[in-house]
Write a protein that binds this ligand. Structure first.
Ligand SMILES: [Zn+2]
Length: 360
């Protein structure tokens, strides 16, 4: 957080994570983030539900460089882009997403998984609208939900992705901001929605302990040289955005007229866990049906039903949670109603069982 009353902080030796507690005592709290996640300390919780995001591409506003990260800001004046389910007590509004990254590919993520550091970590921040605003929510234990996605370096050539380059060039130095319309961040999600969850804090000052973390187990693949897939849904068809680690590293933490200082290593080391235990939700056992009619009379052990719009949206993963099979069962009439309502947009239906099927 930056602004009046917030002393400056950064990631250098004189103002970095080791120093933050001097101005921001929360940084020495007992629920600080990030943490290292170890399989042996995680327990599988069968009561955890799948999470679900419903994002409105029109809510995307701007992309900016604040000298500490690259951030995309969304309109959160109403329940427009929301995250729900999982460990969350209700709907949470998307406010912004940003990245943490390293100076090279072997580090950069904030959370560490079984000793592994990824090249970067994407955070999508949502706040609980039962509080009057984002700042108020940050003061409450259940105020903020953060969805974290790891960036792993690998080969994923996406030669057609160009726009993010232009956007990053437009925000090269601290204080720069550019319009960033029509962006649905859910296309950044990996295939699997398996997650770990625990209660923690912001990883930047003032390090408030208000965050329900939902950390996705499957990373998304980026490459040092190739693009990562940032796809942009537009009314005139699909457009694709991209960035890459090298491009993130080309950002600067100085303002335009100052000497160049590259913006790299904007991550906080892991913090003591004290007595916190992570919980996991594994959703490995997915089954697919080829159409709505397969649902008729279906009684499945799976407890959640999604409608999958991927093909309608040109293979952009896009699923809508419709309900629990345990609660209702589709009959012919319900099928016709649902099909009319969906206007034939559904390509397949996904049953998701919450039973663990593999190792945790
Ligand atoms: Zn972050």
């Amino acid at each position: 957080m930056i602004g009046p009353g917030f002393p400056p902080w950064g990631y250098d030796s004189d103002n970095g994570p080791d120093q933050w507690h001097k101005d921001y005592p929360n940084a020495k709290g007992r629920h600080q983030s990030p943490i290292e996640i170890n399989n042996k300390d995680v327990h599988y919780d069968s009561s955890l539900l799948p999470w679900f995001a419903s994002y409105d591409p029109g809510a995307a506003k701007t992309i900016l460089n604040n000298g500490k990260t690259c951030r995309v800001v969304f309109d959160d004046s109403f329940d427009r882009s929301v995250l729900r389910g999982g460990p969350l007590p209700g709907v949470f509004r998307l406010r912004q997403l940003h990245f943490h990254w390293g100076s090279s590919d072997d580090h950069g993520s904030e959370h560490v998984v079984n000793g592994v550091r990824y090249a970067g970590e994407l955070h999508m921040l949502h706040w609980n609208p039962k509080y009057s605003n984002y700042l108020d929510a940050r003061r409450r234990t259940d105020g903020v939900a953060a969805l974290a996605i790891f960036l792993q370096v690998g080969e994923t050539p996406k030669p057609e992705m160009k726009r993010i380059l232009e956007e990053i060039n437009a925000i090269k130095t601290k204080g720069k901001e550019a319009p960033f319309p029509n962006f649905d961040p859910s296309i950044l999600f990996p295939k699997s929605h398996d997650y770990w969850t625990y209660h923690g804090s912001f990883t930047t000052p003032p390090c408030e302990e208000c965050i329900t973390w939902i950390i996705l187990r499957e990373p998304i693949i980026v490459s040092s040289d190739q693009w990562i897939a940032w796809m942009l849904l537009q009314p005139d068809g699909n457009r694709i955005l991209a960035t890459r680690m090298a491009k993130l590293r080309s950002l600067s933490k100085n303002a335009e007229n100052e000497p160049d200082r590259p913006l790299v290593d904007n991550w906080r080391p892991t913090q003591p866990r004290y007595f916190r235990m992570g919980k996991s939700c594994l959703a490995n056992s997915m089954k697919f049906c080829n159409g709505m009619s397969d649902l008729v009379g279906e009684e499945s052990a799976a407890d959640t039903v999604y409608l999958d719009f991927s093909e309608a949206l040109d293979n952009v993963p896009h699923k809508i949670l419709v309900g629990k099979l345990l609660i209702y069962r589709l009959d012919e009439q319900a099928l016709r109603w649902t099909e009319n309502w969906l206007n034939g947009q559904v390509q397949r239906v996904v049953f998701r069982s919450m039973e663990p099927t593999g190792s945790q």
